[in-house]
Design a protein around this ligand. Structure first.
Ligand SMILES: [Mg+2]
Length: 309
């Protein structure tokens, strides 16, 4: 009997899309679902975390709650949206400590209030292990929406922040707060959307390499990035940096900019640095390392493959 683990997450999603959207008319490949509301689009996205794959042992519940909210808001950010609200469905074991739940929900509340996304509904059920499913709703002006498609050869490739969070945590296995307290780039996404200079955008939830391949497929273009330009967190050696290209967990925005309008994108959005890391090409995803150009394979995180041990 075949198993989902034989297929991997990407093939599983393709099978679902063949049923839900066989003609590809619903644009289900973006970071959020898009609903036409006249002048604006309504953005809706859902992302679930599960004890075994997303919650390292020893995590503080407040950090877990923050993370569950942040990963959803990150998808609204990737489309240049303004959050409107969030819903949460909890699957919880019978023996869950009510105080643990209070702390979890406080973490959710903290992240949601910081981004003006009040929790407006949800569901609670008994389950064998902790499962938290979030849904974020947002809105964006039609002319400002950022999509995964739209990059053109010659565009500049840039990103917010730095890579390496997942690799550093995996190496040190110390601070789960560092891993889970990711900052959804909502303000930065709004800033990019209002510039009118950004031609495509995605949040790097599954790693830089996978995100570049997503943008390449959606835009029918290629990418060339330069390893030395990619901003990395402190403390990573060469091997760590190469690993960080394929590691999930950074949730930074990766985007392309029309070179004629590059002056409209400053070097930072608030306190978040913006770095030019490469350019859009006709096809193929490549990386320059020590002057040599090599293929950058799509090796980001995939569910139904290996999870966190
Ligand atoms: Mg995303």
């Amino acid at each position: 009997m075949a198993k989902l683990s034989d297929l991997g997450e990407k093939s599983v999603i393709s099978r679902l899309l063949e049923i839900f959207d066989p003609d590809g008319l619903r644009s289900m490949g973006d970071d959020c679902a898009i609903l036409d509301r006249g002048d604006d689009y309504l953005l809706v996205t859902t992302d679930m975390i599960y004890e075994k794959t997303h919650i390292p042992k020893g995590s503080a519940p407040g950090d877990v709650g923050w993370y569950a909210a942040a990963i959803n808001l990150s998808d609204i950010a990737a489309m240049g949206g303004t959050p409107l609200g969030m819903l949460f469905a909890f699957g919880l074991p019978r023996d869950t400590d009510p105080e643990w739940l209070d702390s979890l929900v406080s973490g959710i509340q903290e992240c949601c209030s910081q981004h003006n996304a009040p929790v407006i509904g949800g569901d609670t059920k008994e389950n064998d292990s902790v499962t938290i499913s979030g849904t974020a709703i947002g809105t964006v002006r039609k002319s400002q929406m950022l999509r995964r498609s739209g990059a053109r050869p010659g565009d500049i490739v840039a990103m917010t922040g730095r890579l390496g969070r997942g690799v550093l945590w995996d190496r040190d296995r110390g601070n789960t707060r560092f891993l889970l307290r990711i900052e959804p780039r909502v303000k930065e996404g709004l800033h990019l959307a209002s510039s009118g200079a950004v031609t495509s955008c995605i949040d790097m939830s599954d790693g830089l390499s996978t995100s570049l391949h997503h943008l390449a497929r959606s835009g029918k273009v290629g990418f060339e990035v330069d390893l030395d330009r990619i901003p990395m967190m402190d403390g990573l050696d060469r091997k760590g940096k190469l690993k960080a290209l394929h590691s999930g967990g950074d949730y930074e925005l990766l985007f392309t900019v029309n070179p004629k309008k590059i002056a409209d994108i400053p070097g930072s959005a608030g306190n978040t640095p913006i770095t030019h890391i490469g350019r859009v090409t006709e096809k193929g995803v490549t990386m320059t390392v020590d002057g040599k150009t090599e293929c950058l394979a799509d090796e980001g995180y995939e569910h139904f493959g290996k999870g966190w041990s």
